[in-house]
Design a protein around this ligand. Sequence first.
Ligand SMILES: *Cc1c(COP(=O)(O)O)cnc(C)c1O
Length: 417
Amino acid sequence: MNYYEKLGISSETVELFSEAKAAAATAFSKIDETASYNAAKVLSAFKNNGVSEAHFAPSTGYGYDDLGRDTLEKIYAEIFSCGDSLVRHTITCGTHALALCMYGVLRPGDTLLCVTGKPYDTLEESIMGEGVGSLKEFGIGYACVDLKADGTPDFNAISESVTDSVKAVWIQKSKGYEWRNSLSNEVIGEIVSCVKAKKPDCICIVDNCYGEFVEKTEPTEVGADLCAGSLIKNLGGGIVKSGGYVAGREDLVEKASYRLTAPGIGKHVGASMGHTRDMYYGLFTAPHIVAQCLKTAVLCSTVLEKLGYEVHPKPNDERYCIIQAAKFLSPEKLVAFIQGIQMGSPVDASFLPQPAPMPGYKHKVIMAAGTFVSGSTCELSADAPIKEPYVGYVQGGINVESAELGLMLAVENLKKI
Ligand SMILES: *Cc1c(COP(=O)(O)O)cnc(C)c1O
């Protein structure tokens, strides 16, 4: 039995991917090297904090003195080389974790300055929504400095914009749903230096979604004061069913925790109710899973470029997040590709995703996510807002062998248009 044929994958497509993998060998070995380094970082933090079976025990009620939860938060802080962290299944998603940072740190009269262009779509309501209790409604100002046309930070404009009222600066590491470079932690460090040179007490917050373990450093190691992300992305390792994290300066993590629970109580409460083991296990596998995601992205980039599509990043570019973007230039092709990803998924492969309105997004969005954890984007998934020039964003892949099959089916479906 030829199982490729059974799946509807032609020998031509199998050959295309086999060539792509050969071409990607150097990129793959660089990815492996970073994964090995980050695995050492994680193991070291586990050993240093004496992780044992007892840490996996669930707590109930208030969850006071939950050893597993408190130790995991120390481990995160060690991995991020920072003062403290908040790692909770009750942080519902990345947007929630990031909103905790904003609401924890900013007060009426302050200004939030975004220095990497408009922040991720789902944060717009938190910053300037009407009738939702946004920062704006609490008298907190917002300003934005775009990246330069070449995708690098506009250091002059940033420096000029860091005025007295700017309490915090917002840096988005990943491209998100934009056709732009994701930022290396080295560049994030340069932004932080530029901001602090102008105003030493300005708080630098990084939206770290999709960026964790892609490099050997994290933003807090290059001077960022606070960063946050989702546990159904990189750091959950494909295992965590729900959650988010905040990591950074101890006083700022505490402030964020006051928004998660209540002022004064903060991170001292929160029953783990059996989620702790998954969070440890997920963090432990995350360096490897991120490497699988990165290899999937490289493969996607290589194949789509071979097929004549403009891709970002290009196959051999340095990667600073797990997202791969490609321009399809026609809505039909974009939709066909995304639907093909769904066809190649282990769960809900028979579903045909359609463009639809989504909370937090302006345009109709199409999303393929045939995932074990609903909406998890460290599993192979693809999304796109339906707007010109019809860019599709592919991310995840908890094992590159299966993710490759998903990409193969996406390519087959694309060929039908
Ligand atoms: C995913 C993402 C978010 C929001 O996270 P959700 O978990 O979808 O709420 C914010 N910023 C960036 C860059 C992201 O990729």
